[in-house]
Design a protein around this ligand. Structure first.
Ligand code: ZN
Length: 267
């Protein structure tokens, strides 16, 4: 980067943290607080998992991969405003908590919230996500396929490639590039594009029943439809405790969101 004739320096003061500290008590952490928690647990390496959705089995699989190579996982979700059809942050927090409490080692995972909205800026947003996770003391960021993408705007691996395009040493945090994860009925477990040789998509009817095929990639639209109609969601997609939280939300008529979705945003 070229430098101009002038540099500005001085203490940085936060003017307002808005409603986040009160509304997300125990979830909203400042960078120094997150760093202190990592240190108290003795974590040297911490992988951040960026989330803007409830944590389904595919996200949990990515978290487990990262846990195998890092000391801890920081499930760091965005708790800013949403687009129509998204699940509100307080419901997501609860859904993530029930999954973490039952299926993860408590001493190796922390849930946190960051007061920002998704930009759907693909690779550039992946870098932004990396910068603030570095500030939080994370050593790694899980960067999935089409991280922060929407529709077909970006190439599936653009958000992973951009980490090789920035100047060496510009970022201390390292990306943990992982591929799209899913349940495969042929593999008989969670798998990814990198590991699963079965190309066919699993077919789920509008009653939530498995009809055949291999890879289970429930679209957000079908998931919301099944939930809002009270129909079963394949157990391979998400843990029952997560589904219970989401059903409670969808069963409330006043808060029932629209099923319409502007695109197939992922991660
Ligand atoms: Zn497979």
């Amino acid at each position: 980067m070229s430098h101009g004739a002038m540099n500005l320096a001085g203490p940085v003061r936060v003017v307002s943290e808005s409603y986040y500290p009160e509304a997300f008590l125990g979830i909203y952490q400042r960078p120094a607080e997150a760093r202190a928690m990592f240190e108290a647990r003795g974590w040297n390496t911490v992988a951040a998992l960026q989330l803007r959705n409830p944590m389904h089995n595919a996200h949990a699989y990515l978290a487990r991969i990262a846990m195998e190579v890092c000391d801890g996982i920081y499930v760091h979700q965005l708790i800013g405003k949403l687009k129509a059809g998204d699940i509100p942050a307080d419901v997501r927090v609860k859904a993530i908590a029930v999954l973490m409490n039952k299926y993860f080692r408590k001493e190796r995972v922390i849930q946190g919230g960051y007061p920002m909205e998704m930009r759907y800026a693909g690779p550039r947003e992946a870098l932004l996500h990396a910068v603030f996770r570095q500030n939080y003391g994370c050593s790694h960021l899980i960067v999935g396929r089409d991280h922060a993408g929407v529709g077909d705007t970006y190439g599936p691996y653009d958000a992973q490639k951009i980490f090789h395009e920035i100047p060496p040493g510009a970022l201390l945090l390292k990306p943990l590039p992982l591929d799209w994860a899913f349940y495969c009925y042929e593999c008989g477990g969670m798998a990814s594009m990198k590991t699963c040789p079965h190309d066919s998509q699993a077919v789920i009817d509008d009653q939530g029943n498995y009809k055949g095929g291999a890879r289970l990639m429930l679209s957000g639209t079908l998931l919301r439809k099944l939930l809002s109609e009270g129909k079963p969601v394949p157990k391979e997609f998400s843990k029952p405790e997560v589904m219970t939280v989401l059903r409670e939300y969808y069963d409330k008529p006043r808060t029932k969101p629209e099923v319409q979705h502007p695109g197939t945003a992922r991660n």
